[in-house]
Design a protein around this ligand. Structure first.
Ligand SMILES: Nc1nc2c(ncn2[C@@H]2O[C@H](COP(=O)(O)OP(=O)(O)O)[C@@H](O)[C@H]2O)c(=O)[nH]1
Ligand SMILES: [Mg+2]
Length: 300
């Protein structure tokens, strides 16, 4: 099986050499997709045996999307060029794909991370975004923003990446699930990066949160109903509190009581519709995937 390694870089001269060499010595094809670094990144990468391409646009997302079109390995490994991930752990990511246990493997950094690898804000932001993701998609993942992953060809050639920047990991994860592929996480080591981060924790954090919400439509539009239903329930409960506290003081809010009942009942119904619609939608995708698989087997 041919393995292609894709490394997006922007001024990573301190770490890039070692990473490229480690993968080249394993016999992997390495592509460094560079965002016009002003240091020696490209020179070093080339010297160590990587193919180097300057991305046509801007941002990590655009770079990754462009790289996916260029490479053609049966398996693609995506890794940051900042030295925070260990090339020698790559087998952990590739193994589940080879054995057929997964289509997309994500390296989970939370099992074993070096002190200082995450800033406090970074750690908190990651926890919040992962929790929000699990709620929004109902899929048990714990490190959706990891920069170390492996995918089989079918996955990286079919995902549609439109986000330019650091939303790329989110989009990759959602697209994989939306298309009916299977993701698993494996524990990896996470070290303190070399050089400076290009990520702005607050600005990019909010952007990623917004992206998680936006992309629900691609995974299952019906899941929006959960949020609408939840909003109804929250308003219903607030109205209910007002009604009950008034009643305890001897005042009866008739209209508000009716509104409370309506909001709570309507909210529950919207959530129920959501569950049913979501189930039908996802089932259809899975069925389509199974039919395609059977078709391929029959054609062989
Ligand atoms: N080609 C390209 N790579 C980028 C760009 N921005 C960041 N990167 C690379 O993407 C990887 C992850 O970025 P990093 O700053 O480490 O973000 P963090 O890991 O989330 O802190 C690193 O290898 C960066 O060099 C960009 O605009 N273009
Ligand atoms: Mg990094």
């Amino acid at each position: 099986m041919k393995v292609s390694v894709v490394i997006p870089t922007l001024n990573e001269e301190k770490a890039i050499g070692e990473i490229v060499s480690a993968f080249v010595s394993r016999g992997f094809d390495v592509l460094v997709i560079d965002g016009r670094s002003t240091d020696k990144t490209r020179e070093i990468a080339e010297k160590c045996g990587a193919k180097v391409v300057i991305q046509s646009g801007k941002g990590k997302g655009q770079a990754v999307s462009e790289a996916f079109k260029i490479v053609d390995g049966d398996i693609l490994v995506l890794i940051d060029g900042d030295g925070s991930y260990l090339p020698e752990e790559v087998d952990r990511l590739i193994e589940p794909i080879k054995s057929g246990a997964a289509d997309h493997v994500v390296g989970n950094r939370f099992g074993k991370f070096e002190k200082g690898a995450f800033t406090r804000l970074n750690l908190l932001g990651n926890k919040i975004l992962n929790t929000f993701f699990r709620f929004a998609y109902g899929y048990e993942l714990h490190d959706i923003l990891s920069g170390y992953r492996a995918m089989k060809k079918e996955v990286y050639k079919s995902v549609e990446l439109r986000k330019p920047g650091f939303e790329v990991e989110t989009e990759l994860t959602v697209e994989t699930l939306a298309k009916g592929f299977k993701i698993v996480e494996v524990p990896i080591t996470y070290r303190k990066r070399e050089g400076k981060t290009k990520l702005n924790p607050l600005k990019d954090g909010f952007r990623i949160g917004k992206t998680i919400y936006e992309l629900i439509s691609r995974y299952s539009p019906a899941r929006h109903l959960y949020f609408i239903g939840l909003a109804f329930e929250i308003f219903g409960i607030l109205c209910g509190i007002k009604v009950i506290s008034g009643w305890l003081e001897g005042v009866t809010h008739y209209l508000l009581a009716i509104l409370t009942a309506l909001l709570i009942i309507a909210g529950l119904q919207i959530i129920m519709f959501g569950i049913i619609a979501d189930f039908i939608f996802r089932r259809n995708i899975e069925l389509k995937k199974d039919i395609e698989k059977i078709k391929r087997i029959l054609e062989k």
